[in-house]
Design a protein around this ligand. Structure first.
Ligand SMILES: C[S@@+](CC[C@H](N)C(=O)[O-])C[C@H]1O[C@@H](n2cnc3c(N)ncnc32)[C@H](O)[C@@H]1O
Length: 268
């Protein structure tokens, strides 16, 4: 099956990963992981790994990463990135749908399941609820599930579209059912979830141990062109972002938020 993300795999790093906004947002996620994770090498299962930027970062820090993605092309980019960086031994990449992760045959349990930048927005609420059960079976006791997800409202997005008089688009994340997000020529179904909704969905297996906005002051990456010659402004927004790091309620109004859940109940 060819997915919408297959078409953008070759340009994803150039457009997002190495874009000024994408890189700054990702750094916020890495800052959190650095503080939250123990120094000892962890066994990590990454969902929707894309081009493997986080997998190679985590492997570079000594962790072992089994990274998965639905898109064959994304997995191919990720694999060659890890090999070029000499991190092939600590990374494994496989093409796998989040919805089929329960059927995958893993040798052992994981310390952490990690999903960055909206992969979880590509699955519907029933699948997410089911993922909580699956994750509880795949994790070691007290294992963590860390997801970076797009909430149902984003201040930046609303201001951007309102000043263009595009009222419907300004509140598009609040609509019922999936939104068809445009990815070059292809479209991808996208669901937006408030942090409270995710917490409720995962509540029977996990407890909330961390929540922080990613992109309250930092803008969404589709504003990259606007900020191209405004690095100074972006740096200011970046330091303002650090100041609101601890204001978890701003997660409801940001481009993304990071939610950190700890396993409380192990299911066999
Ligand atoms: C916005 S990209 C994020 C990629 C990467 N995590 C990052 O931080 O750059 C979303 C990724 O989710 C993947 N994806 C979408 N639906 C998926 C699914 N059902 N199962 C697994 N991966 C999926 C896409 O192929 C894409 O690589």
């Amino acid at each position: 099956m060819i997915t919408a993300f297959d078409h953008i795999a070759a340009t994803y790093d150039n457009d997002f990963t190495h874009g000024s906004i994408g890189a700054l947002q990702r750094q916020k996620v890495w800052d959190y992981l650095e503080k939250a994770l123990p120094d000892s090498p962890l066994s990590i299962l990454e969902l929707n790994c894309g081009t493997g930027e986080d997998a190679v970062h985590l492997a570079g820090q000594g962790h072992n990463v089994l990274a998965t993605d639905l898109s064959k092309e994304m997995v191919a980019v990720a694999k060659s990135k890890a090999e070029n960086m000499g991190l092939g031994q600590r990374t494994t990449f496989i093409q796998c749908d989040i919805n089929k992760i329960a059927q995958a045959d893993f040798d052992s349990k994981f310390d952490l399941i990690f999903s960055n930048f909206g992969g979880l927005n590509c699955i519907d609420a029933m699948s997410l609820q089911n993922l909580s059960k699956v994750a509880s079976r795949l994790l070691k006791p007290n294992g963590r599930f860390i997801g970076v997800i797009m909430p149902a409202f984003c201040v930046w997005e609303s201001i951007y579209f309102l000043q263009k008089f595009k009222v419907k688009k300004a509140f598009r994340r609040t609509q019922r059912g999936p939104l068809l997000a445009q990815l070059n020529e292809a479209q991808v179904e996208t669901w937006y979830y408030t942090p409270a909704r995710i917490e409720t969905m995962f509540r029977s297996e996990f407890k909330l141990v961390g929540l922080k906005p990613i992109g309250f002051f930092l803008p969404p990456s589709y504003l990259e062109n606007f900020f191209r010659n405004k690095q100074g402004m972006l740096n200011k927004l970046d330091s303002m972002e650090d100041k609101v790091n601890a204001f978890s309620h701003l997660s409801n109004y940001s481009d993304h938020y990071l939610i950190d859940l700890e396993l409380t109940k192990t299911t066999s």
